[in-house]
Design a protein around this ligand. Structure first.
Ligand SMILES: Nc1ncnc2c1ncn2[C@@H]1O[C@H](COP(=O)(O)OP(=O)(O)O)[C@@H](O)[C@H]1O
Ligand SMILES: [Mg+2]
Length: 312
């Protein structure tokens, strides 16, 4: 119990610190308008799951690629604390990551990896997590001065398992949440636990059914989860089915070859499935832009800005 309240205290302190930093940033020169044009806002999509090994990173990486192919400027942030591995999926060598920036050992621009013209990887650390550094000078600098990523249209956040406290922070501030599960009963149970936890703060939660044999199977599993959620969680929760991804040998073989299946095999079933999900997300994104429903937030500093709003 003490552990819980300690970490809650730590969160409150972190939030205060973040808020102070953002107030400084906002009171400075008006960064929001450059050359008379309103600054872009970034649409944040968090990919999560209950259980590990269900395809979060695979889906995040390929989804980010598909968005970039559609012409969006996309960032992909490796936020699976302890299990950061997107560099492996993208087949790039990463020497430094976000934690080096937060420690003041690197500049943000020097750790970013350009995967393709419209796609930038923000590498994560497989040891420390970013919330350990909210008191550092380098953190302050990052939040105040980082405009490097401000023109991103979309940031895909590959998170850890959704019941974790740190992952919940990312889910709370995302525009869209995708909970990934596979048909395995343990994965379904854990996905449900993630949904239940997340529903305390969020009404709209999306689901992707991975490694299924058919749409029928995916819809049957989704239907069951949705029914249990309606009965046991209720409230205003709206679970949205974003689609399925076929269990496709092309996916595992592409991972072994360190390539992206969505790029290498445009006609594969898994790619068609993923494109359908991407189009559905893009549709929502365009609607948001039209209605201006989003909080003004862009790039990495925008991400931190949202974390602060969430603590208020
Ligand atoms: N649609 C799929 N078809 C076949 N294999 C898949 C599919 N999705 C994921 N996999 C397999 O599952 C493994 C774990 O995926 P990964 O994205 O690393 O999961 P997570 O990030 O959730 O831990 C991959 O290495 C891949 O072999
Ligand atoms: Mg992963």
């Amino acid at each position: 119990m003490t552990m819980v309240s300690n970490s809650e205290n730590a969160n409150v302190n972190q939030a205060k610190k973040l808020k102070e930093l953002m107030d400084i940033k906002n009171s400075g020169s008006n960064n929001n308008k450059e050359n008379g044009f309103a600054k872009k806002t970034t649409h944040f999509i968090a990919v999560t799951s209950g259980k590990g090994g269900v395809g979060k990173s695979t889906i995040s990486a390929n989804l980010a690629y598909v968005f970039s192919k559609y012409g969006y400027k996309v960032g992909i942030f490796d936020a699976d604390i302890g299990l950061a591995n997107l560099d492996v999926l993208f087949n790039v060598r990463v020497k430094r990551n976000i934690v080096h920036v937060l420690r003041g050992q690197s500049e943000l621009k020097d750790i970013l990896v350009q995967i393709s013209p419209n796609l930038i990887l923000i590498p994560g650390d497989s040891g420390s997590d970013i919330f350990e550094f909210t008191d550092s000078k380098a953190f302050e600098k990052l939040v105040q001065e980082s405009t490097v990523l401000d023109d991103l249209d979309i940031m895909v956040i590959d998170t850890g398992a959704g019941i974790g406290e740190k992952t919940q922070m990312f889910l709370n501030i995302a525009d869209d949440i995708l909970v990934v599960t596979i048909p395995d009963p343990a994965a379904i149970t854990d996905a449900y636990a993630t949904i239940k936890m997340t529903s305390k703060k969020r009404d709209e939660i999306g689901m992707v059914l991975n490694q299924v044999t058919s749409e029928k199977e995916a819809l049957a599993i989704f239907g069951k989860i949705d029914k249990v959620a309606r009965v046991n969680i209720g409230g205003n929760l709206h679970l949205e089915y974003f689609g399925k991804i076929a269990d496709d040998p092309i996916v595992s073989s592409s991972i072994k070859r360190r390539t992206l299946f969505a790029k290498e095999s445009p006609y594969a079933m898994a790619t068609q499935d993923l494109e359908k999900i991407a189009r559905q997300l893009a549709k929502k994104l365009e609607q948001n832009i039209l209605t201006g429903a989003e909080l003004d937030a862009s790039g990495l500093s925008g991400l931190f800005h949202r974390l602060i709003q969430h603590f208020r």
